[in-house]
Design a protein. Structure first.
Length: 350
């Protein structure tokens, strides 16, 4: 309902409630006076007016909450249709579209100079799943801009990527501060909980990516992001989430313009087989990054590159092996910067 209509109804309810309350008080005083002089008087008019005044007060409270919900920073209400995820079916056999649901995103914290919000979007099975959205500092500074999106995949069932890697936002913010990347909106959906290995699920069933049509519709409706698709959306995974990002990027180039996988261990043959079934006409673009001392991670990345080359997959794969620092945490921060720089270079400028 338009906010202007809500405000109008709120004013009407407030005026009516005020009049009824004053009328009830007047009747009550008359009733007390009549009882004092032992005159006959009915209490029913007082009770009716008092009850109506209370009802108006409840209406004012409900309408006030509804009118202010859309204005409160960090809590946004949006109506969006939940679309089923799966293979396409003929129009005659398609099930009826589900009723729109209300998705709320609320403030969680303010990491890395930005703002972290969380909401719940129904999944393909109808169960709500957590979705966290990080808005960079530039989001408030540039109110007319639309920002590209990086979907950060988690490799832990039932968790979002930032719960395992809270420093991922610091890496993204520092890349912007150093002038190496543009500001992105980071979307961290909860990994599917029906399997202990969400990344294996994405490799086997590319349609099972965590950011399905319903999630993309919710994010696009609430936040100022670029339209969902390869021109404005990319994917990132770190550590256990790296195979998810690699699988999503290789199998769904129709959804992501680029993918970056950091410090992961991969099943090269499975990824190559899945990439062979990717939509034709679009080449996947993938960065596999690992620290210089991470010999196992680099070996796994080169196996993926070789496996893709052997099957003739349409994929442009780069390997980053130059990052070196005094601690693993510092190396991970720098690797995230490298990933954000790569995604910036690969996505077209607005």
């Amino acid at each position: 309902m338009p906010r202007s209509l809500l405000v109008l109804l709120l004013l009407v309810a407030a005026v009516a409630g005020s009049w009824l309350a004053r009328s009830a008080m007047s009747r009550w005083r008359d009733l007390r006076a009549a009882q004092t002089y032992e005159l006959a008087a009915e209490a029913r008019p007082v009770l009716v007016r008092a009850g109506a005044a209370v009802l108006c007060l409840m209406c004012v409270s409900a309408l006030g909450v509804a009118a202010l919900a859309g204005l409160r920073p960090g809590r946004v209400a949006v109506r969006q249709a939940v679309a089923a995820v799966g293979t396409e079916r003929p129009a005659a056999a398609a099930p009826p579209a589900p009723a729109p649901v209300e998705v709320l995103f609320s403030n969680v914290s303010r990491p890395a100079g930005g703002e972290l919000l969380q909401g719940e979007v129904p999944g393909p099975d109808g169960r709500p799943r957590a979705v966290r959205v990080w808005l960079p500092a530039e989001y408030r500074q540039e109110p007319a801009a639309r920002f590209p999106v990086v979907v950060v995949h988690s490799g832990t069932a039932g968790r979002t990527a930032d719960q395992d890697l809270p420093d991922v936002f610091d890496g993204a913010a520092s890349a912007v501060e150093l002038g190496r990347a543009r500001p992105f909106v980071l979307v961290a959906p909860e990994a599917p909980s029906g399997t202990g290995h969400p990344c294996d699920l994405v490799t086997a069933v590319p349609q099972a990516v965590a950011d399905d049509q319903a999630l993309r519709a919710a994010v696009g409706a609430v936040f100022r992001t670029r339209p969902a698709g390869p021109d404005g959306w990319a994917v990132l995974g770190v550590d256990d989430g790296a195979p998810c990002a690699a699988a999503a990027g290789l199998t769904r180039p129709d959804l992501y313009g680029a993918a970056a996988a950091v410090s992961g261990r991969y099943d090269g043959r499975a990824l190559a087989a899945a990439a062979g079934e990717a939509p034709a006409g679009t080449a996947a673009r993938l960065l596999l990054a690992a620290a210089k001392r991470d010999t196992d991670g680099l070996a796994s990345a080169r196996e993926v590159q070789a496996a893709l080359r052997d099957v003739g997959a349409r994929a442009e794969v780069r390997i980053s092996d130059l990052v070196q620092d005094y601690s693993a945490d510092r190396e991970q921060l720098r690797l995230v910067r490298v990933a954000m720089q790569y995604l910036t270079e690969q996505l077209p400028k607005p």
